[in-house]
Structures are given as C-alpha cells and as structure tokens.
Design a binder for this molecule. Sequence first.
Ligand SMILES: [Zn+2]
Length: 117
Amino acid sequence: MPRMHEVGIMESALDAVRREAQAQHAQRVERIVLRVGAISGVEPESLRFAFDALARDTIAAGARLDIENVPARVHCRSCAEDFVAARGFIFRCPRCGDFSGEVRAGRELELSRIEFT
Ligand SMILES: [Zn+2]
C-alpha cells in the first residue's frame, strides 16, 4: 500500500502533468521524470505504487515514471570538505569528524521532465 504522504505528492504531480498537457494540447503522456532527494522524506517505491494507482484514469495512464535519485551532498563548515551523506540525518564529516555539515543537495522533490506524444 502506498503511504498517504506519497499519495498526496503524486496527486500534486499528476495535477501539474494535467495542466502542462492541456497547455501543450498533448493527447498522451509518454514519460514523467521525478527528482527525489535521498533525504526528501519520500520513498521512491511508495511513489511508484501511488503513481500506478492514481495515473490509471488520467492523461498519464500508461506513461513511464522514471525516478532520479539525488544523493545527499553535505558541505562541512569546519574543513570545507564536500561529501555524500549516507541515509539518515546525521552528517558527520569523514575528514574532520565534525557534525557542522550543511546540506547542499538531497532534499529535492520535483517534477523535472514531462514528455508528451
Ligand atoms: Zn570536516
């Protein structure tokens, strides 16, 4: 079962797809690309379940959903090291061991591309 969180996100994404399809007078959606950050709080698998359940009766029925995973990139304020954080919310710098990391990427949750036919 999809989680409620992902269902709401997919509903908004499909709304955006519908508006864009109308604006472009498109008949069918071929492919949708979502960018999902590693620490966006969204589970890609649940998004897929939500898409399968919700897209069925929309213009996006039969479209391919591609999910681009964006790794969590963190910048250490102490030593300026940039590193990719493992899953979770503790960002310890692998170089100096400090916890003053600043997240530079990984919170993304966006519709990055829609392809019509
Ligand atoms: Zn550091």
